[in-house]
Design a protein around this ligand. Sequence first.
Ligand code: NCD
Length: 649
Amino acid sequence: MARLAKYDLVSIDDLELEDIEQIFQLADHFSQSLKEGDTPRLAQGLIMATLFYEPSTRTRLSFEAAMHRLGGSVISSADMKTSSVAKGESLADTVRVVSAYADLIVLRHPHEGAAKVAAEYASSPVINAGDGSREHPTQTLCDLYILRSKKGDLKGLTVAICGDLRYGRTVHSLMYALARFGANILAVPNKGMEVPEHVLARLAVQRNYKFATVSIAELKSLASDLDALYLTPREPHQMALFTGEMAAGAARAVKSDPPVVDALYVTRLQRERLKDGHEVGSEYFHVDSRAIRGSRTQSAVIMHPLPRTDELAYELDSDPRAIYFEQAAVGVPVRMALIAWLIQLAAQGEAKPRRSPKAIAFSSRVHPMCANPTCITRSESAYLSPRFRFAPWGDRSALTLQCDYCEHEARFDYVGNSRSRRYYRFDETLYGYVRRWVEEGSLMVFRDPKQAEESGYEPYRRGPQREVMNAQEMRRALESLAEQIIADLSDLTGVTVVGILTRGAILALRLRDLIADKTGIVLPCAAVSVVGDEARIVPLEGKDGLAFDGRTIVLVDDVINSGWTVQRAMNALWNAGRPASVRLAVLIDRGHRALPIRPNYAGKNLPTAPTERVRVYLDSQEPVGKRKATERVVLYSMLESGASKGKHV
Ligand code: NCD
């Protein structure tokens, strides 16, 4: 009978904060018992298999030492080239077989998502000891444990994380954890080694967390007390959603007091992950004693997951602030604690529930590939079908998905329906259809028409476009909306305007300006993003618009049709606070509601056939009052290829 619960540690987020606390308490206990030479033989009779498809010193040896100290046994394949992998055995087969030999599998693999795949196929629990450039959760446990022992509570600490933030897996897990513990991160990437978009998005969406990025030069000036520092919160995932007038507000630099750095976390260049031809900027951050001389860095501890190459001067080794060897040494008690925690979990007999976002499965044999060349779905393609989920970032001009294994972005310009075998150029008016097709299992995605046609799909073509509103009419409709709002809401001081990204948010800012012109009252403004699995609130111009409790919200969108988008936006509002009421303002009401939602203010009622599509063109780059005449609203149908009439979408 299995002695360990099937609880896989693939990401640091698989552990709740209280789990981490429990593991740290156990680690304190084991540190003490190791000192006393008296470790309990908790794991007697258990076997751990260490499968390392990549080199390792610390992680494998400290895991093995931990298991031995607890009285358990270890079987190891430290160099998978000497195993059946050399004969072409798949990861799935290997871990299924090893599950019969070992109670616990510790896996290191060069490909992103490998630990997730192993966890799905192995019947024994799998611990991720590093999967490509994705995550390294047990290194993070060691990092947090040593940092806390030196600095106390993690909340409020400022950790400068330097070097290769793109391919370094330890820093990704560390960022996820620091965000949850309420620490501040100062990212100091080497040029071209910035934090990947999917990591930023995960921090923003799941943790509502943004960090500041500074250049190496800025960090140096901080360390030498030269200059004040201007910190700009990084929000590229959101910036991608902003255009023109919105970007001006969102990109405003925030001048903040230069922080006191509590820890400097240095990482090496992950040279083995660089693609051929990747140029490494000449300057890779090099930390020596000067880095901790200034008043704002002198109390910083220096950390490094090791191995070091030339980013960390040997002269630091004798400095009491250099804690990287202790950081490596706690690998044993911390990993003992993790194993003991898994044993406790099994003894409690309760399965820990897991939350994972719903993946989009493609029924057809022709399915999209993940674009990341080192995604596990690329190397194990014989049995793995790529799986995606809606990416919580991106604009609505392409369908932005995210690989369920490696989390990398996948953008598709064309979508198709496998029942009608038609394909379409994606635009945001199709978003509602796409969600329905996902539920029906009929969604297909393509990068270009060629791919669609080679898969046997026929195009829908746009029927003739009819202009239903020109720029002047649009301005008048907005004026009318502003007047309707002013007449209806007696107390404007309690009103917040929230626009649905992207077009609704542009219109929200214009309405805010029109209302300010007419009444002198400037309403706070925010945006809501409805892409991704969960709709969420996004600040538009500072944080003013983010308090919703007790306020009247005017939700703004360009077109209302089925009402699904509005419903998703309302959910996001509801998660963010308790508004007193929500009113809906739309430029165009098409009137085909699937849900009982009616706009309170409409710029124009435009009864349309369900098969017709309405597209609002906004030129948000121009300053107010000087808009190009290209702004317009058009109406068109989708026609089958070659047919002048025929079936519609
Ligand atoms: C790290 C790793 O393998 O990701 N090493 C480790 O486990 N301590 C860091 C690295 O290799 O740079």
